[in-house]
Design a protein around this ligand. Structure first.
Ligand code: NAI
Ligand code: MG
Length: 365
């Protein structure tokens, strides 16, 4: 049977960028004889408007069955007044939680044509292609005890960093598997010098590494890692780290390469019966209400998220590379959505013009 994909466009620019992904999917069906069983459903504010809930149970069930879920973005000012329990974000959080997506993959990839756009020197970022794997379901954001308590005559804010061996083991395995598909180099970051969870993290990652003798494993304190990421990011291939450090390091790494409109992501869970991980792919950006409905959104983050799905859920690494090269080609030819325009005097292309150009580049590939 064909690989199955559930598409959840969501709110704001979500449906606009997803329309461009549909063009790419259609191209694969027509020109490469790669048919996907695509179903589409509502999430976020759009689902709330239709069903009074940001994620219908039927949609949740579908997400559990398909090979991969591709999500646009959720949220918008219209929904700010809603009760916390039905806010658009809750739809996304429910997907992540019930699919148990514990490994968040955030690539930082610099297309040569955009190297000038980075805040760093061109030779530091040109050709950069690294991947940060952030543990997503445990650590200090979830650990108990937590809360604000009275102690003596003042209040104390408490969060607990807590990792079990199995939680570290499974995210480490995701990172090693990824390293095997890439340059076989993995750097684990923690603070084993001052944190118990860091000591355990280093031990467990080292132990898992014995199952991946081909992967060159190194360890770095996360603060030194932050410095090295800015100084010479090309020394890394895959980085694995916990939820808190991963939150900071992946946002910092993202900005090495430029616009929010360019950044894809994946969240992976346990392997399914077919051996592939449960997976949700989504651009890093939100619903961008400030530009929604104007044809200004950059569809590349969402298109590159689909490329990640090709590589990690469908084992179509060559096709993922083909798609990434099509994006590279279009950028090299000078096409820029408004978010990619630093210099004066260049007319931006629209969302759909960018999608059309990428499909044309695929056609020529
Ligand atoms: P945002 O990512 O939506 O927008 C931040 C800025 O980047 C805006 O100026 C926007 O125009 C620009 N931008 C974002 N994506 C772009 C693209 N593809 N092309 C061109 N420009 C782009 O973040 P913001 O403004 O903080 O949040 C807006 C809404 O999105 C809120 O309701 C928020 O809760 C939601 N949100 C949803 C996320 C998700 O669905 N995963 C993630 C982040 C925010
Ligand atoms: Mg963050």
């Amino acid at each position: 049977s064909n690989p199955s994909l559930l598409i959840l466009p969501g709110d704001g620019i979500g449906p606009e960028v997803m329309a461009e992904v549909r063009k790419v999917i259609d191209w694969y069906g027509a020109k490469r004889d790669l048919a996907f069983d695509v179903s589409e459903d509502l999430v976020g504010g759009a689902a709330y408007d239709a069903h009074g809930t940001p994620l219908h149970d039927d949609t949740m069930a579908k997400a559990q069955e398909v090979d991969a879920v591709l999500l646009g973005a959720v949220g918008g000012p219209k929904y700010d007044v809603l009760d916390f329990s039905v806010k658009p974000e809750r739809g996304l959080l429910r997907l992540r939680k019930e699919m148990d997506l514990y490994a968040n993959l955030r690539p930082a990839q610099c297309f040569d044509a955009l190297a000038d756009f980075s805040s760093l020197k061109k030779d530091v970022v040109a050709g950069l292609d690294i991947m940060i794997v952030r543990e997503l379901t445990s650590g200090i954001y979830f650990g108990e005890p937590r809360g604000i308590i009275e102690e003596g005559n003042e209040r104390v804010g408490i969060n607990t960093q807590r990792y079990t061996e199995s939680e570290i083991d499974r995210v480490a395995r995701s990172a090693f598997e990824l390293a095997m598909k890439r340059d076989k180099k993995l750097c684990s970051m923690e603070k084993a010098n001052v944190m118990e969870s860091g000591v355990l993290w280093r031990e467990v990652v080292t132990e898992v590494g014995k199952d991946y003798p081909e992967v060159e494993l190194s360890h770095m304190y996360a603060d030194a890692g932050a410095m090295q990421l800015c100084r010479w990011p090309k020394q890394f291939d895959v980085i694995v780290t916990d939820n808190l450090f991963g939150d900071l390091l992946s946002d910092a790494a993202a900005m090495l390469t430029g616009s929010l409109g360019m950044l894809p992501s994946a969240s992976l869970g346990a392997p399914m019966a077919n051996g592939r991980p449960k997976a949700l792919y989504e651009p890093v950006h939100g619903s961008a209400p400030d530009i929604a409905g104007q044809g200004k959104a950059n569809p590349i983050a969402c298109i590159l998220s689909f490329a990640m799905a090709l590589r990690y859920s469908f084992d179509l690494g060559d096709e993922a590379t083909r798609l990434e090269q099509a994006v590279e080609k279009v950028l090299a030819d000078g096409a820029r959505t408004a978010d990619l325009l630093g210099e004066e005097g260049v007319d931006p292309v629209s969302t759909s013009q960018m999608g059309d150009a990428i499909v044309a580049a695929l056609d020529a590939s």
